[in-house]
Ligand binder design. Structure first.
Ligand SMILES: Cc1cc2nc3c(=O)[nH]c(=O)nc-3n(C[C@H](O)[C@H](O)[C@H](O)COP(=O)(O)OP(=O)(O)OC[C@H]3O[C@@H](n4cnc5c(N)ncnc54)[C@H](O)[C@@H]3O)c2cc1C
Length: 110
């Protein structure tokens, strides 16, 4: 059984932000578990026409990761590119297990 100091569940912006926080805190032993066969969360999963943010993109960004958005309300393709930019910049892809659906958690007092 693999043992890690931290397991991050999901590879969307929340998971990416968690990893960035772990890296800043100097915690190196982490992995991400993602139930899908691909990474990125919302902006890689939703492809319907017109999908876009309704919060201005400079605000709808990870605060430590500004981006040269092409428009104020980014559309999903650009959000997907941003997502993958974050994932690659922080080497999250290499440490993500895909098709890993977390179905239960147990607390171990020890
Ligand atoms: C069209 C659209 C427009 C939006 N516009 C805005 C906006 O303007 N402003 C705003 O704040 N928000 C907006 N959102 C909401 C958006 O979903 C969030 O802002 C944000 O992207 C969510 O990130 P997340 O990482 O929390 O969740 P997600 O992106 O959903 O990522 C969760 C990840 O965890 C994985 N996962 C879930 N459960 C498990 C499990 N048990 N085991 C393993 N993996 C698991 C999922 O497969 C997924 O990849 C919008 C959403 C859509 C669809």
């Amino acid at each position: 059984m693999d043992v890690h100091e931290v397991i991050v569940i999901g590879s969307g912006f929340s998971g990416q932000s968690a990893v960035i926080g772990l890296q800043k805190a100097g915690i190196e032993d982490w992995i991400v578990l993602e139930r899908r066969s691909f990474m990125g969360g919302t902006w890689c999963q939703n492809t319907y026409p017109g999908a876009a943010v309704d919060v201005q993109s400079p605000l709808y960004s990870i605060s430590s990761e500004p981006y040269p958005w092409s428009q104020i309300f980014a559309e999903r393709d650009e959000l997907e590119r941003y997502t993958n930019f974050i994932i690659d910049k922080h080497h999250i892809r290499e440490r993500t297990e895909l098709n890993a659906d977390v179905s239960a958690l147990d607390w171990d007092d020890d």
